[in-house]
Each structure stands twice: as structure tokens, then as C-alpha cells.
Write a protein of this length. Structure first.
Length: 347
């Protein structure tokens, strides 16, 4: 049962007080970095891998109200609106869409693997993943070029190419690209739940088209940033291409190689800062996976490096106890962006 309106209002009010937040959850540039004390900061929220399971589905509306109370300019959801072991039935997508509609400010969502690539699993309903992706698009991207949320904004979407979920926008000298790149090796792992031991031709063709268009969006975003002399680029996606918690096999990550090479090339040719934000691995992390000397450069067999790229993974799944508040700092700050993990009050 969802909380009463009174309880939601109380939670929202408490969140407004608590959002200033806990030093234990601080990350990124320090709060007293040069320029940080100047007015005019612009902040937004990032969440991902939520809600996972029935308990989180029940809490999700309250968590949204806590984010609303903090009043970020917009929120990004980097994919996975369910866990990987529950059914991919129509009703679930409709329920989450209803929850998304309660975000007061714009919400930008990019699909994760759990809501389509993994739906072949028996406990997911043994669906054809490409059919589930089509349904996901029909629910969440029915108005291409416009964000979700009660006060939506226009975004540049790749609608004509068939990828309305790939969107870009520009705020405060930062260029954003939300691209559809997912775990499960970007959706090319075999659909074992349907009896497959190798990827289907249509599965491979769909991935190649998705990746080519995602790379196109990344390149155009960097081109805009250079043209506008902007300070930073942020790329958001679901897949953790640099999960530090395990050593992947090539079959786990091979499909990401063209994007990794593109990120190296585009970042190293850009004078500003680059941020890559993802979910997928569920544990908060901040690192520089493409910096000079990083083993990931060898793992992916890419040429060059990108010392100006910082990667951030947001908490999710059972670690989904907070949301990430990202601030675009005024010129003079130690770095363009700073961020902190803001704990949820509702448990």
C-alpha cells in the first residue's frame, strides 16, 4: 500500500531539510572548493537500477517525493526499472510509467537490460526481448523529443533513426547525452530462456544499429560542446563497461569496444571535462577507467587515453539507499561538476 498524502508530504518536508546532507555521503569536489560559495548553482539528480522487487516498488513513490522536495532541475534514470528475476509483464511498465509521471521536474530515462534483454528468462516470462523493447518504447517514449515528468522539456531525440530513447540536451555549459547501451554485453548474449545457445541474426543486427546510433549521438554531443566552447560533456547509459568488482571475459564486454574507442578519441580531443555515468553494477564508484596506464585500455584494445574522463556509478538494487545529486559549479570551482549521495529517508 502506498503511503497517505499526509505521510508523503511529511517525507517530502523532511527530505527538504535532510537534502543538505550528510558528509558521509559527500563525493566529488569539496563543498568549499573555489567558486562553490557563489550563487547560481544548477543541480540535477541521477538514479538507476530502481525499483528492484516488490518492497522497492512500494517505496519508489516516496523516494520520488523526496527527490521532488529537493527540487533538482531534472532527474536522469540510467535504466533497470525492475530486477532481473521478475516478470516483464505489461502491467509493470505501466506501473513504473505512472510513478515516473509523479516527478515534478523533467525526467530523462534510458532503458536498462532488465526491462528487455533479460526478459527471455523463464522467471521473466520467456518473452522475446526485442518485442519487450518495442513495448518499453511505446510506454516511455510515446512523445519523442519530450522528456517525462509533470513539467517536461524538449530534448533532441534520435527519433528519425528509430531510437527515441537516445537524447541530448545542453544546460549551463554542459552537454548531456543519454544513450541506449545496456548490460548483457549490450544485449548480444544468447536468449537461453528461449532455448538459444548463440545470438540470433536479428539480435546482432539490432545491437549493431543501437551501438552505431549511440556512437553517432556521442560524436554529435562532443561536436556541439566544442562549437559552443562548453565546459563539460556528460554521457549517461545503463551498462557498466568498467565494472571493478570482477574480471570480465571478452564475451561479457566485446560489444562495448567501439564505444570505448569513441570515448577515448572524443574525450582526448576535447579541452573540457568529460563525465560518464552508469548504473548496472549497483555499487557507487568514481574512477578514471580510460586514463593513461589504465588496464582497461589494454582490455578493450583501444588506442590513446582520456585523462579528462571521470566515470561515476550510481547505487542501485539492494544498495539503492540514496540518490545522486550533481551540481554544475560556477566558473572558478575546482571542477565543473561535484556530487553527493543523498540518503533516502523512507525505508
Amino acid at each position: 500500500m502506498r503511503a497517505s498524502r499526509a505521510l508523503l508530504s511529511l517525507a517530502a518536508a523532511l527530505a527538504a531539510v535532510a537534502a543538505g546532507a550528510s558528509p558521509a555521503f559527500a563525493a566529488g569536489a569539496s563543498a568549499d572548493a573555489p567558486g562553490q560559495d557563489k550563487p547560481g548553482h544548477y543541480s540535477f539528480a541521477v538514479i538507476g537500477d530502481v525499483p528492484y522487487g516488490a518492497a522497492q516498488q512500494a517505496l519508489f513513490p516516496q523516494w520520488i517525493q523526496e527527490i521532488n522536495a529537493a527540487d533538482p532541475a531534472m532527474t536522469f534514470h540510467v535504466g533497470d526499472i525492475k530486477n532481473g528475476s521478475t516478470r516483464c509483464d505489461d502491467a509493470l511498465y505501466q506501473q513504473i510509467k505512472g510513478d515516473f509521471d509523479t516527478f515534478v521536474n523533467p525526467l530523462i530515462y534510458t532503458p536498462g537490460d532488465n526491462e528487455w534483454t533479460d526478459c527471455h528468462r523463464a522467471n521473466n516470462g520467456a518473452y522475446n526481448p526485442l518485442e519487450r523493447l518495442a513495448y518499453d518504447r511505446s510506454v516511455f517514449f510515446s512523445d519523442p523529443g519530450v522528456s517525462l515528468g509533470q513539467n517536461p522539456v524538449k530534448v533532441d531525440a534520435q527519433t528519425a533513426a528509430g531510437f527515441p530513447e537516445n537524447v541530448t540536451l545542453r544546460r549551463q555549459g554542459v552537454d548531456f547525452a543519454a544513450i541506449h547501451v545496456v548490460g548483457s554485453n549490450d544485449g548480444v548474449q544468447p536468449w537461453a530462456g528461449l532455448g538459444d545457445t548463440a545470438p540470433r541474426p536479428e539480435q546482432l543486427a539490432a545491437e549493431q544499429a543501437r551501438m552505431a546510433n549511440a556512437i553517432s549521438v556521442v560524436k554529435s554531443t562532443f561536436a556541439t560542446a566544442k562549437q559552443k566552447h562548453d565546459r563539460a560533456v556528460m554521457v549517461l547509459l545503463q551498462a557498466d563497461m568498467f565494472d571493478p568488482t570482477y574480471t570480465p571475459t571478452w564475451s561479457d564486454i566485446s560489444a562495448f569496444q567501439p564505444l570505448v574507442q569513441t570515448l577515448v578519441e572524443q574525450s582526448s580531443a576535447f579541452d573540457g571535462e568529460v563525465y560518464l555515468v552508469n548504473g548496472d553494477s549497483h555499487v557507487y564508484n568514481s574512477d578514471k577507467p580510460l586514463a593513461t596506464g589504465s588496464p582497461w585500455l589494454t582490455t578493450y584494445g583501444v588506442t590513446g587515453s582520456a585523462d579528462n574522463l571521470t566515470r561515476v556509478t550510481v547505487d542501485g538494487s539492494s544498495n539503492n539507499k540514496d540518490w545522486l545529486r550533481v551540481t554544475i559549479n560556477r566558473p572558478g570551482a575546482a571542477q565543473v561538476l561535484s556530487w553527493e549521495r543523498v540518503p533516502y529517508l523512507a525505508h
